[in-house]
Ligand binder design. Sequence first.
Ligand code: ATP
Ligand code: FE2
Length: 332
Amino acid sequence: TFILGIEGTAWNLSAAVVTETEIIAEVTETYKPEKGGIHPREAAQHHAKYAASVIKRLLEEAKEKGVEPSDIDGIAFSQGPGLGPCLRTVATAARMLSLSLGIPLVGVNHCIAHIEIGIWRTPAKDPVVLYVSGANSQVISYMEGRYRVFGETLDIGLGNALDKFARGAGLPHPGGPKIEACAKDATKYIPLPYVIKGMDLSFSGLSTAASEALRKNSLEDVCYSYQETAFAMVVEVAERALAHTGKKEVLLAGGVGANTRLREMLDEMCEARGAKFYVPEKRFMGDNGTMIAYTGLLMYKSGNILTLEDSRVNPSFRTDDVKVTWIKEEEM
Ligand code: ATP
Ligand code: FE2
């Protein structure tokens, strides 16, 4: 089976062709805002500008590997969650391809794609997933036909929280990696608000407090303390999900997962609980076309395809809205 998938929920336009076992090709064009954060309309214009050339290059690269457009079985696209204008641009490109090649459309939930690529590219089988990216922060695990959300942010995603604090501190976008670098030169920990409500998280109070702490403390110390506090929060919720589900694996997903300190803290927690900790290669942690194509392939093979009428995008598409048709529990 060959599936072509297109990702474009936010800053990254990326398309790929995959099979069950192989990435045939992937082509990416990244939108880089000149200053500040992502402007949804500008990002969508970027995607519209590059969609045709990305697909053209992808089909050329696939051809070099011996895969013709007529070999492709389905077109997958990120149907949500994400920025409305970006989602609509990518969905239009996907519909056109599906119509012109005469093959089905598959609508992929972006969060689930982050999970499935991690399961594909690591030995994880049935993990508790800590998914921390720009817009999303969730602790997720499969249970009875769905990816259940055990805990999530009640306000902003951890990546956006880091980026927002960094912007206020005069650091360039994206702030996550800059904060990580600054934190390495810290000399002390400053207490900041640690907010967990039940199994849910909140980062906005932490961000505000961190920005205020900059008046009396060094940037290095505040970056370090911000990371220690925020990461301890997400690790605590992941640990509680492990205890609750009795599962024995943790998978890290999403762009914030690039952070070395976060990995270290998760690794320690897993070690202490006798669980295995898995992190996919960095190229699969941020948004990428391969994760959409691969999840699309799983869905396609289990008959989970869309009619044109059902192909409308959903900017607030939830992880647990999706009926997981491709996992057979007896095989787990
Ligand atoms: P989603 O649509 O899934 O919410 P996204 O479109 O924001 O994701 P991702 O690539 O998953 O994209 O995540 C980007 C985020 O990851 C940014 O907020 C960025 O600051 C953060 N990030 C990247 N590297 C690091 C790092 N080393 N430490 C902390 N945060 C990081
Ligand atoms: Fe993402």
